[in-house]
Ligand binder design. Structure first.
Ligand code: ADP
Length: 574
């Protein structure tokens, strides 16, 4: 049993019962005593009234000796003290003392009132007898005047002695009642604290993980209701816990089947969850609880975790580890301020990509020489072929040009995609660069009857970048704009802010349907294949643009309305 709860309640009862018993005893004794004194006072008054005629005659005769013996006789008979005092306060007779020994009584309160013709009463200490007495004094008239005072008194000690028995009875009865109340309190406290003890014991079992703990109480009342609620709550907790365990098992099963490495880190970078996929990547088991950088010591991964934590957003990065390539995707886990990492092995993919790239580079190199030769011979042939043959020669030249373009674009792209590519960074005057590029197109623009306008502020507009590669970007963009525009014109606008320069190449051409916009920066992606053939497109231009802009740390976006025109927006950091 929970001793402290039982003791607390029971001690409270004990204090209240004892205090109530004490107060009740005290008050009832005092009330009875007051009532008893009142009764005694009345009895003394009746006694005095009864004795008054006897003393009235003796007082009139002024026979002191007779008065005194009368007082002593009657005092003995009535078991009370009788005193006669003359109007001057001199004691004439007293049943318990010799009047000669007694001092003047004129100033005694009961005597003063009696001399005024009233009934005087007093409860006070008698200096003559050296004990407390209850006095009642009445005037004894002598021919219409107060001829003296008859005082009857009773010792308080005899009153208290008489009340003593009563007080003992009250104490006994009070004690019995208090004892019975204490027994009642003991039983009540036990009955009250026992179910609470059971509830406490059951909740301790639940807290320690035993969800089968139940509390069964007999009877009714709030405690039974509480026990019912507790049992219901425990049922719910058990059910939820079961569901949770099932879900967690299911999740563990799913996580276990993922072939990629999965890692959940807490906010300090400690591994709180990992799957077998990660363990095989790390080549280590029992990684949970370790810091991720103890298991995989790669600065790129640390960078990724730092970026995801700082930006609280997804970020992806390629990581090279133990001779293999991985694509790591990091997501912020807001519930625990941690990071979830998914690590996908892309070694095979990279190898295939490399083979593909090498093949393209080799092929392009191999094709370039014969193509240059073919182009040269076609030019030589031009003077020797008949007028009819010129038509076929024209077709041959167009296709050869296209092949040369493709080969050159492929070589540029391969060079850009090579991770070792470095920019030849220097100061670039964008306005100047744009004027030069526009100059290249002036002839073609005029031929097509279009307008090509540059909108930029006067003066130099300097950024840091690779002059040659940036020229390639804008040549590609303006070339496309001119290629895919039949009427209207092309506008190149340059605006600058503190951090960046924004170049917008806008045309009023055929536009690009919405569904193609997200893919036009892919290699070999062309919107309209037949048109591409006629205009000589390779589908590589925008891929080159995107690569160069990204190498400069910039952005490129497209926005188009089919039939109305297209807008390419290039942002470059200053
Ligand atoms: P291409 O050499 O074929 O122009 P790009 O990579 O430069 O290849 O462009 C990809 C495709 O995007 C093009 O085939 C074309 O359909 C579309 N495109 C690019 N620029 C424009 C433009 N200014 N207006 C309309 N379509 C465009």
């Amino acid at each position: 049993m929970n001793k402290s709860l039982f003791l607390k309640i029971f001690a409270g009862f004990v204090i209240v019962i004892i205090a109530m018993a004490a107060v009740t005893l005290l008050l009832s004794y005092r009330t009875i005593r007051t009532h008893h004194l009142e009764t005694q006072r009345e009895s003394l008054r009746f006694l005095a009234m009864g004795l008054k005629p006897v003393f009235s005659a003796a007082l009139a005769s002024r026979d002191a000796a007779r008065l005194d013996s009368l007082a002593k006789d009657l005092g003995l008979q009535t078991n009370s003290r009788i005193t006669i005092i003359d109007p001057e306060g001199t004691v004439v007779a007293d049943s318990w003392r010799s009047p000669a020994e007694m001092e003047n009584h004129k100033t005694r309160p009961e005597i003063m009132r009696a001399l005024r013709g009233e009934v005087g009463t007093s409860l006070r200490y008698s200096s003559t007898l050296e004990e407390a007495l209850l006095y009642v004094a009445i005037p004894v008239e002598d021919r219409d005047e107060v001829g003296g005072v008859l005082r009857v008194s009773l010792s308080l000690k005899s009153i208290d002695d008489a009340l003593g028995g009563l007080r003992d009875d009250i104490i006994v009865i009070g004690s019995v009642i208090a004892l019975l109340s204490l027994i009642g309190a003991l039983l009540f406290t036990r009955n009250f604290s026992r179910p609470i003890d059971r509830l406490i014991a059951a909740s301790r079992r639940v807290a320690s993980g035993d969800f089968d703990a139940r509390v069964l109480l007999r009877g009714g009342g709030e405690l039974k209701e509480l026990a019912g609620s507790f049992n219901y709550m425990t049922d719910q907790v058990k059910r939820l816990f079961g569901e949770l365990s099932e879900k967690s098992e299911e999740l563990n099963g799913v996580v276990g089947t993922i072939r990629d490495g999965l890692l959940v880190l807490d906010k300090d970078g400690r591994i709180v969850l990992s799957n077998p996929g990660f363990m095989s990547i790390a080549g280590e088991e029992a990684v949970d609880g370790k810091f991720y950088w103890e298991v995989i010591q790669v600065p790129d991964l640390a960078d990724l975790v730092r970026i995801v934590t700082a930006q609280r957003a997804n970020s992806v990065r390629e990581v090279h580890f133990n001779g293999r390539d991985y694509l790591c995707s990091g997501d912020f886990l807001s519930s625990r301020e941690g990071v979830v990492l998914l690590i996908h092995d892309i070694t095979e993919m990279k190898n295939v990509e490399k083979v593909k790239k090498d093949f393209i580079v080799n092929l392009s190199h191999e094709l370039r020489t014969p193509l240059t030769a073919i182009k040269g011979f076609l030019e030589t042939l031009q003077d020797e072929v008949t007028v009819d043959g010129q038509h076929y020669l024209g077709i041959l030249r167009r296709h050869t040009d296209r092949l040369v373009n493709i080969v050159e674009d492929l070589l540029v792209l391969s060079e850009l995609e090579d991770s070792g590519t470095e920019l030849q960074v220097g100061e670039v005057d964008l306005r100047r660069l744009m004027e030069d590029v526009i100059h290249v197109f002036e002839h073609r623009v005029r031929e097509k009857g279009l307008e090509l306008t540059l909108k930029a502020r006067d003066g130099r507009l300097i950024i840091h970048g690779d002059q040659f590669k940036l020229e390639q970007v804008f040549i590609n963009l303006i070339d496309n704009a001119v290629k895919y525009t039949e009427r209207g014109g092309v506008t190149v606008g340059i605006t600058e802010s503190d951090q960046s320069v924004v170049i917008v190449v806008e045309d009023s051409g055929v536009g690009i349907p919405e569904g193609h916009l997200s893919r036009i920066f892919e290699r070999f992606y062309v919107v309209d294949k037949s048109r591409a053939k006629t205009v000589g497109g390779t589908g590589l231009g925008l891929a080159i643009v995107k690569h160069i802009v990204l190498l400069h740390g910039g952005t490129v976006e497209v926005d188009s309305q089919p039939g109305r025109g297209t807008r390419f927006i290039v942002g470059l950091p200053i």
